[in-house]
Design a protein around this ligand. Structure first.
Ligand code: TXA
Ligand code: MG
Length: 324
């Protein structure tokens, strides 16, 4: 058991974080999407520590976080599509899966031995400051135990990983609230995970993007059906019910349910994404492990597609239900 330090994102806090990373330790840090669990992507001991702290299967590769396109190009091959998207959306919530360059020095554990690497340039000023102060690439999955709800606040990280990691840099709540969009670009353009950048905006830059088909071999190995799982049972596309905690969306959701948490009273998908994981945790706490959560239908366009993806995984049968 390690004592987990909470660090402020000021000069001494960043210096301490860098010191921990240099010795192969793990530091959770804020990004604009969710908190990441960072370790040096070139240090196999650090990367192995990430899998262990999360209880994550080793076949599920990690995203490498870099400060800018120049640093990204030292690890992966960029074609004209990748360049166009990097110019449009970096820094920001877009991860590109690209062909790995030879002799990058990245730990093979980061990419789970695949010949591709997932790279992203986070926009959050604390993430930027940390990567620049460290002068190196950080492997960082979401900072939650594998299969559970992603953290959008430092206290969520502490609830899941306290005692298992060296430190948490507290940068307040994350603005986007759902993870980055993952786009495969090693061959034909393929959406591997909907996220903070809308698919419509990507297609406007590079043309049609293929969708991952259900039943197709998993190309983003992390996209297992059950994920983001609350302890309570979750039902989707529902109205409020008297015995359930309701995740509402838009005006007029209050009144009938035991408790209603409204993702966005104004009906804004951006606001709903920012509130999603915090309210899902809160609903889970209020419902209790034997309770029920109902979720209102969410429009399936723009960032709404990412919200629906996360809700569907949160509602999917769990391995402990006997399905795996
Ligand atoms: O917003 C985000 O992307 C956050 C923040 C911390 O940056 N990170 C995040 O990481 O969501 P994680 O590990 O929870 O999800 C990474 C996903 C996994 O589904 C993994 O399978 C996929 O990226 N992935 C990583 N490398 C890949 C590769 N080479 N090919 C295909 N999928 C890959
Ligand atoms: Mg995750």
């Amino acid at each position: 058991m390690t004592r987990t330090e909470t660090l402020l994102p000021d000069a001494p806090g960043l210096a301490r974080a860098v010191q921990i990373l240099r010795t192969g330790g793990l530091v959770a840090f804020p990004t604009e999407t969710v908190y990441g669990l960072g370790g040096d992507a070139r240090n196999s001991r650090a990367v192995a520590g990430i899998y262990e702290a999360k209880g994550r299967p080793r076949f599920n590769p990690l995203i490498v976080h870099v400060a800018d396109l120049a640093m990204a190009e030292t690890f992966a091959v960029f074609d004209s599509r990748a360049r166009a998207l990097a110019a449009a959306f970096w820094p920001g919530p877009l991860t590109l899966v690209l062909t790995l360059r030879p002799d990058t020095g990245l730990s093979p554990l980061v990419r789970a031995e695949l010949d591709t690497v997932a790279i992203r340039v986070p926009a959050h000023p604390v993430a930027q400051a940390l990567i620049r102060a460290y002068c190196g690439p950080l492997a960082a999955p979401s900072a939650n135990p594998s299969g559970r709800v992603s953290p959008t606040r430092a206290e969520h990280v502490a609830q899941g990983l306290s005692g298992r990691i060296a430190a948490i840099l507290d940068g307040g709540p994350c603005a986007v609230g759902v993870e980055s969009t993952i786009l495969g670009l090693a061959g034909e353009a393929k959406l591997l995970r909907p996220g903070g950048v809308a698919m419509e905006e990507i297609e406007a830059r590079i043309g049609p993007v293929a969708l991952h088909q259900p039943g197709e071999a998993l190309t983003a190995p992390g996209q297992l059906a059950s994920h983001y799982a609350p302890a309570a049972a979750l039902s989707l596309n529902c109205g409020p019910e008297p015995d359930a905690v309701h995740l509402g969306f838009g005006p007029g959701a209050e009144g009938i349910a035991r408790v209603t948490l409204n993702l966005s009273p104004a009906g804004s998908l951006t606001e709903a994404a920012a509130n999603l994981f915090h309210m899902l945790r809160e609903a889970d706490r209020l419902a209790g492990p034997k309770g029920r959560i109902t979720a209102a239908p969410i429009p399936d366009h723009g960032i709404g597609r990412a919200i629906n993806d996360r809700l569907a995984r949160a509602a999917a049968p769990r391995p402990s239900d006997g399905s795996a």
